[in-house]
Design a protein around this ligand. Structure first.
Ligand SMILES: CC(C)(COP(=O)(O)OP(=O)(O)OC[C@H]1O[C@@H](n2cnc3c(N)ncnc32)[C@H](O)[C@@H]1OP(=O)(O)O)[C@@H](O)C(=O)NCCC(=O)NCCS
Length: 196
């Protein structure tokens, strides 16, 4: 376990799944809740709500795939995967986890899942840029292995090497999609119920 282990948020049910285009408003609400230093860390500058809305309006198939983490039915974390168009074998990754839900492994799991999606779409490298003081993000990148990191121009840039798709990586994505559908049905039915 890392020496940086933070206080754990209280979580009853958490589920990970790809967002559909129709769920874009959920992503917008999530990113608008990410404020202060976290927003600066995500966009590498102080940006206003209109900037965030415009950013979300650009997200969509086929050039961007978003994996979400729902905590008790609300989107609290997201991994955005942006592919070059036309496809070049390179994609760009960005993560956000809302402040009260950080330190519970959500960012790491979003990253792991996003890399599986990148792999299954033929990406050979995933690029991630963050501010030099964003040690938490850099720690997660380091955990993924096969990474080249450089610093300069006021940011830290990482290129994560990605292997080609495998039978296992395709199954991981398909199984994750199936579990995600079941989880979203369970959420809609209002389970798990809060303790009385
Ligand atoms: C970066 C971010 C996505 C991490 O999400 P998270 O859910 O808190 O991440 P996790 O809980 O999976 O992992 C955090 C790791 O950083 C470690 N950590 C915490 N503080 C740290 C520090 N100061 N230095 C190094 N590592 C640190 C934790 O111990 C944990 O590692 P471990 O799992 O090996 O113990 C989240 O903080 C965030 O959304 N920040 C704002 C947006 C942002 O910075 N995005 C990245 C740029 S695209």
């Amino acid at each position: 376990m890392s020496e940086f282990r933070e206080e754990q948020p209280e979580i009853h049910m958490r589920s990970f799944r790809k967002l559909t285009d129709r769920e874009r408003p959920l992503l917008e609400e999530h990113l608008l809740r990410v404020g202060g230093d976290d927003r600066v860390m995500r966009f590498m500058a102080g940006v206003n709500d209109d900037y965030v809305r415009t950013h979300v309006s650009r997200i969509g198939w086929p050039h961007a795939v978003v994996t979400g983490c729902f905590v008790d039915g609300t989107l609290r974390g997201a991994a955005e995967l942006w592919f070059d168009t036309p496809m070049t074998g390179r994609c760009e990754l960005a993560l956000t986890v809302e402040h009260d839900f950080q330190g519970a492994g959500i960012g790491t799991e979003l990253m792991r899942r996003a890399l599986v999606l990148a792999r299954n779409r033929g990406a050979e490298t995933a690029y991630l840029a963050c501010l030099p003081q964003n040690r938490k993000m850099q720690h997660i990148v380091e955990k993924m292995g096969r990474t080249v990191t450089t610093s300069g121009r006021g940011m830290t840039e990482s290129e994560i090497a990605i292997s080609g798709p495998s039978h296992m990586s395709l199954w991981q994505e398909i199984a994750g999609d199936g579990i995600g559908v079941i989880d979203s049905l369970v959420e809609r039915m209002g389970y798990p119920r809060a303790a009385a």
